[in-house]
Design a protein around this ligand. Structure first.
Ligand SMILES: [Zn+2]
Length: 388
């Protein structure tokens, strides 16, 4: 693959972008001015091919797809810091990133859950795309239906600094990450068969992150995910009943109530949702409803880059230790950009007290019915008090 150099027009600025090929053919893209000449740093590793055997199987009882990705059992798990595959390469250590320094980098996951090259799955009742209705929502495939786990999984490194965290990024660094999120969301949405793009971060071993280097992931799904499907249905039902947007009215209701607001800017409001599932859970909504990251205004993007790291630092201060968290961008599915679905971020930690984690036990795992030991109003009050 030739090195492609271009600029990503973002809301904040123009961020340089250069794409190279890794030794096994996967694409890697540098975002930002470093390295200056990516082509000078070819991937010198001998990489054996990884067999990707992803399969999506239909759960008839819950009407949703489950991905079976057995090849991922071999992936790297909590390596020593000097063997981190996400640090820049050096003379003695060749990593996933060939250059000796970088700002933000995105590459295809070597052990993807979903892959465009997934082999056809064996199934008792073959399933094809006609199992989905025209709007991309799940229909009713056969009882034992399966299909290839098609899609794409990418890794995004937020910083070359192994010990950094998103909470510690300055606004310029965060803006480069946002530029990469926007670029990948737009590019992946163009791939054939992609219905939804999801940018997220699993932070901390407690949450299941297998690498401690500051990084997130970007999934391109071949179907709309179960939670998004339910949100779309809720939006449609609310629109039919009231003629209004559910997301607009939810934000207005939280702003009017006030008791669960954590912080407010000119363009964003962060609040603990009324029916929070997790001990500390915050939703971040832009004041002007947009479908996805690419549609954010320059001013909203700039404020996000200040406000979001600040919010993460409050999470870290809750128990005076790095908070294990999941940060999830909800973007409108590819074919629902014109509807009511609104871009928002959902952030939660599984830590409920020093040294104590909330586990998904009987009621949550068995029944999908969440029970939260901390009132959302108390959680919001504590988060408001965590000033720097
Ligand atoms: Zn590292």
């Amino acid at each position: 693959m030739p090195t492609a150099v271009s600029n990503v027009p973002t809301a904040v600025s123009t961020v340089p972008k250069a794409t190279v090929a890794l030794a096994d053919g996967r694409a890697l893209t540098y975002f930002g001015a470093i390295p200056k000449r990516p082509a000078d740093f070819p991937d010198r590793r001998q990489l054996p091919a990884t067999g990707v055997q992803s399969e999506a199987r239909w759960d008839s009882l819950l009407s949703e797809w489950v991905v079976i990705a057995s090849h991922r059992q071999d992936r790297t798990f909590q390596p020593a810091a000097d063997a981190c595959p996400l640090c820049p390469s050096s003379a003695g250590s060749l990593t996933e990133i060939p250059a000796p320094e970088y700002e933000v980098v995105v590459f295809e996951n070597r052990f993807p859950t979903l892959a465009t090259t997934a082999p056809p799955a064996q199934s008792d009742a073959a399933c094809s795309d006609d199992a989905r209705s025209d709007d991309g929502r799940a229909g009713q495939p056969g009882l034992l239906a399966s299909r290839p786990g098609a899609g794409r999984c990418e890794v995004i490194c937020f910083s070359q600094d192994h010990s950094a965290s998103f909470a510690g990024l300055n606004a310029d660094q965060a803006a480069t990450v946002v530029a990469a999120w926007v670029d990948r969301s737009v590019e992946l949405a163009r791939l054939p068969g992609v219905e939804q793009v999801y940018c997220f971060e699993n932070r901390g071993a407690e949450i299941g992150a297998t690498l401690s280097h500051p990084h997130g992931q970007i999934y391109a799904y071949p179907s709309i995910t179960p939670r998004t499907d339910r949100m779309l249905a809720a939006c449609a039902s609310y629109r039919r009943g009231t003629g209004r947007s559910l997301f607009d009215d939810l934000l207005a209701a939280e702003q009017a109530a006030g008791s669960r607001i954590v912080l407010t800017g000119s363009h964003w409001t962060a609040f603990v949702p009324f029916a929070a599932r997790w001990p500390y859970e915050v939703h971040l909504y832009p004041h002007r409803r947009v479908p996805d990251l690419a549609a954010l205004s320059p001013a909203a993007t700039a404020e996000f880059c200040e406000l979001y790291p600040y919010l993460l630092r409050r999470f870290d201060r809750l128990f005076d230790a790095p908070a294990p968290y999941v940060s999830a961008w909800h973007q409108a599915p590819v074919r629902h950009r014109d509807g009511d679905f609104a871009l928002h971020l959902e952030l939660f930690t599984v830590r409920r007290a020093p040294g104590k984690l909330k586990y998904l036990a009987g009621t949550e795992s068995g029944m999908g019915a969440f029970a939260n030991d901390i009132t959302p109003e108390a959680a919001a009050s504590r988060l408001r008090a965590m000033r720097e």
